[in-house]
Design a protein around this ligand. Structure first.
Ligand SMILES: Cc1cc2nc3c(=O)[nH]c(=O)nc-3n(C[C@H](O)[C@H](O)[C@H](O)COP(=O)(O)OP(=O)(O)OC[C@H]3O[C@@H](n4cnc5c(N)ncnc54)[C@H](O)[C@@H]3O)c2cc1C
Length: 439
């Protein structure tokens, strides 16, 4: 049976506290609601639940499950423009377009997300420095408000709601369908280069040198390395290229069948895994299919179960370019001292292409993402200390990955919140929304 949790499985939601309505194209309408929100329940769209924290959760409210909003409406193969229901997943889109040499303009590290979710969190990918966020490619969408209005939003029509809904965390209403542009590619393969780097200084150099000629860049780092090797890791860069073979769609063979015991990922195993991953033999140049390049984690179904029943928390922050050296030094020192390591520690340099979204997360600088097994208060304390560093260096934290930032931190990270607030649908809310609105 489908469960309505988030990917990090923290916070754990008692399923009985969330009602679920299934949304079908063109037939869904809200019940009669008072003009003002009050005692009536709140609504929130729930798509694939691939958000790590609580932006997709709505305890004591109603989730609008969009899995049946799964139809393609119009596909212009010549121009590369697609209109589809908001619940269509990136995986479904790739199955339709890849053999015509089209690709998603921006994709995150999983293909199991919906177009609605991609807009609501204004997702970014390894090409942020070249392409910006997904929201930049949205031509228009239909937004259903709880008063029954169906509004077409675009850069020229209902512009305020267009800009608020991109990165609007699902709070402005239900997106029914979306039209967006695709990216032309020579084939389904990627020309990839993998480079081992000794420390953060080398990472910055590689990022700066690669951003001009490489469409996709990102790095994995060993967050527990110290001294001269602080921030050592593997840098990956790639460009689309012609394919040797036609892409074959297959579902993942590996799956984590049950929750790993809580001690499976502990400070010792994480240290060893980091070391082994850094030292593993690498092939510097390769031509590979797009799937392992963009979606390596999708090859293991339910990998979030490796963190055990208590789940895990991701911390993804953005640090402006001028402060990157000092902030990364402080963060890595703190993480090593805390003896709470992360195996998935990713670094990526964002570019300066602006998104239309009022609350979009990316800005010029570097983004650092880490996954921590949930060890209760100890982990929350560490993430609060990371917040102190992020705030000190004028950074921000990504809501799609968050389950615990305070209202005070959020208001400093997102100064346009007050401007955004007037676009919130009065009958929409989420656990995340209530937390960051509390005083
Ligand atoms: C392995 C993995 C890797 C990831 N890598 C990245 C990455 O590289 N970059 C990145 O940016 N993100 C990344 N993410 C996060 C993910 O891309 C986002 O959280 C995305 O928004 C999830 O989409 P979803 O369809 O699962 O939406 P959900 O998680 O179900 O919902 C997310 C938000 O979208 C809203 N929403 C969904 N559908 C609609 C709709 N029809 N109308 C209005 N609001 C709607 C929901 O209310 C909620 O606020 C990753 C996640 C995973 C699990």
């Amino acid at each position: 049976m489908k469960t309505y949790q988030s990917w990090g499985r923290y916070p754990k939601i008692d399923e009985d506290t969330q009602d679920v309505y299934h949304v079908y194209p063109d037939s869904f309408s809200f019940p009669d609601l008072n003009d003002q929100a009050g005692d009536s329940p709140t609504f929130l769209a729930y798509a694939q639940g691939q958000s790590y924290g609580d932006v997709c959760l709505n305890e004591n409210g109603i989730l609008l499950d969009t899995q049946h909003l799964d139809h393609f409406i119009e596909y212009d193969k010549e121009k590369g423009i697609l209109r589809c229901d908001a619940g269509v997943t990136f995986e479904n889109i790739l199955q339709l377009i890849i053999h015509h040499n089209w690709f998603l303009p921006v994709t995150p590290g999983t293909k199991h997300i919906s177009v609605g979710g991609a807009i609501a969190n204004d997702v970014h990918g390894k090409n942020h420095h070249k392409a910006g966020t997904f929201g930049r490619y949205v031509i228009k969408f239909e937004l259903l408000r709880s008063n029954g209005d169906r509004l077409i939003c675009s850069p020229t029509e209902n512009t305020e709601l267009f800009n608020a809904t991109i990165g609007g965390l699902g709070l402005t209403g239900l997106i029914n369908w979306v039209e967006f542009s695709l990216k032309k590619i020579p084939g389904s393969y990627i020309e990839q280069e993998t480079i081992r780097f000794k420390n953060l200084k080398e990472f910055y150099q590689l990022s700066d040198d690669s951003d001009k000629d490489w469409e996709y860049t990102a790095a994995w780092i060993d967050c527990l390395a110290t001294g001269d090797e602080l921030g050592r890791g593997l840098f990956i860069r790639g460009n689309h290229c012609e394919s040797k073979k036609k892409h074959k769609f297959k579902s993942s063979k590996l799956s984590v069948p049950f929750d790993a015991p809580g001690f499976f990922l502990n400070k010792y195993t994480i240290k060893v895994l980091n070391h082994l991953y850094f030292k593993r033999p690498i092939k510097q140049f390769s031509k590979i299919d797009y799937e392992p390049f963009f979606y390596p984690l999708d090859s293991i179904e339910n990998w979030n179960r490796l963190y055990g029943k208590r789940g895990f928390m991701q911390y993804q922050c953005l640090i402006p370019t001028d402060n990157r050296e000092a902030a990364m030094l402080d963060m890595l020192t703190l993480i090593t001292q805390s003896r709470q390591g992360s195996f998935f520690s990713l670094l990526k340099q964002f570019g300066d292409i602006e998104s239309p979204g009022l609350l979009s997360f990316p800005r010029p600088g570097i983004t650092f993402a880490l996954d921590f097994p949930n060890r209760g208060q100890k982990t929350l304390d560490l993430l609060n200390e990371l917040d102190t560093i992020t705030l000190k260096y004028s950074g921000s934290v990504y809501p799609a990955k968050d389950a615990r930032m305070s209202a005070t931190s959020f208001s400093q990270y997102y100064p346009r919140w007050n401007e955004f607030k007037k676009c919130i649908d009065p009958h929409f809310s989420s656990n995340f929304h209530r937390r960051i609105s509390s005083t």
